[in-house]
Design a protein around this ligand. Structure first.
Ligand SMILES: NC(=O)c1ccc[n+]([C@@H]2O[C@H](COP(=O)([O-])OP(=O)(O)OC[C@H]3O[C@@H](n4cnc5c(N)ncnc54)[C@H](O)[C@@H]3O)[C@@H](O)[C@H]2O)c1
Length: 328
């Protein structure tokens, strides 16, 4: 049997795009997802086991039954605000759940793992672009769970020989170019889906948090990375590990910062009408500007992004427009 990749959280936004990319590359895949924050149709017919990463017996049997040699680990909660209101929910699922997953994987002989980390592990960066040598200084419970799991992975490498790549994503955005899968705005709190929802529905206007930052137009600057580029970075990370590559952490961004105002202008250009929005005060804990130094992704993984903000906004808008027309 050809070895498979187990994708935890593979029915979620980034997971579904990665599952699709793996299958397009003829790599056998099995998805494990509770479907708490997603729906089964997002896996587009891939093998799906509905269950929890913390269920060690289930994880071990899935790994053995599918001859899993690599895990791509997306499953987690990701709402920063919620993590500050309910820290235990985040430590239990993101940290404790991962430890259960790793123990089961070790028993089943899985030797490689790609982890969904986040640029939020850097907190407010000392300087931009942010490279991987900057200090780890999480500013939320959510970010802390990512930093802790990176350390847990280091020690599972020392003790069990597990080799891993922690991909520190910047802001995942966009949808598939054929509009089959995208970021469901029922669950999403990120700028682009929320702005498009404000434009397409009678819902509340978008809140622009802070217009007095020390950035060219006063609004926050972020690095938006197309979800299909992110999917490609996972395949590059799997190949790094399959080639005997060492445990490492790598930024996954474009290296280009875009302001909230630039994003809104871009959505308005694609849609041909304004995004209803209100100017609001700064939000606590939002760094004014962060974008990636992507050199390491190129040298270590041989990966570089193909798309920019135009493709992100075009694919996101078309996806949301189609979803809204179908489901309201
Ligand atoms: N979206 C971003 O911009 C971004 C940025 C940095 C890091 N990340 C990380 O990337 C990963 C994927 O993000 P996403 O945007 O696709 O999120 P998502 O919420 O769309 O997907 C997460 C999936 O994991 C599942 N899940 C959660 N807990 C589970 C558990 N205990 N067992 C099994 N399945 C479980 C959910 O049902 C969901 O399908 C997360 O770990 C997130 O923290 C995302």
């Amino acid at each position: 049997m050809t070895a498979s990749t187990l994708v935890t959280g593979g029915a979620g936004y980034i997971g579904a795009h990665t599952v699709r990319a793996l299958r397009a590359a003829d790599r056998p895949v099995v998805v494990l997802d509770t479907l708490e924050l997603s729906t089964a149709d997002a896996v587009l017919g891939a093998d799906l086991v509905v269950g929890d990463i913390a269920d060690e017996a289930l994880v071990e049997s899935v790994c053995r039954d599918h001859d899993v040699d690599t895990i791509v680990h997306f499953a987690a909660y990701k709402n920063v605000g919620e993590s500050m209101a309910e820290p235990s929910k985040y430590f239990r699922n993101n940290v404790d759940g991962t430890v259960h997953l790793l123990d089961a994987a070790a028993r089943a002989g899985v030797g490689q793992l790609v982890f969904s980390s986040s640029c939020s592990v850097y907190g407010t960066p000392d300087h931009v672009p942010v490279d991987e040598s900057q200090r780890i200084a999480p500013e939320s419970v959510y970010a802390e769970t990512k930093a802790i799991v990176e350390r847990v992975l280091h020690w599972y490498g020392v003790v069990h020989g597990l080799r891993s790549v922690s991909l520190r994503y910047f802001n995942a955005a966009g949808a598939s170019f054929d509009s089959r899968i995208g970021e469901d705005w029922t669950y999403a709190l990120n700028l682009i889906p929320v702005a498009i929802r404000a434009l397409l529905t009678d819902g509340p206007p978008l809140q622009v948090f802070g217009t007095d930052y020390p950035t060219p137009d006063g609004t926050c600057v972020r690095d938006y990375i197309h979800v299909d580029d992110l999917a490609g970075a996972h395949i590059a990370a799997i190949d790094h590990l399959a080639g005997g590559g060492e445990t490492t952490a790598v930024n996954v961004g474009t290296g280009v910062g875009s302001s909230v105002k630039q994003v809104l202008d871009g959505i308005e250009a694609v849609a041909g009408r304004p995004v209803p929005h209100e100017l609001a005060p700064r939000r606590a804990g939002d760094p004014s500007s962060t974008y990636a130094d992507t050199a390491r992704a190129g040298t270590v993984l041989g990966w570089e992004p193909r798309y920019g903000l135009d493709e992100i906004l075009d694919t996101a808008f078309r996806w949301h427009q189609q979803q809204y027309a179908t489901t309201g």
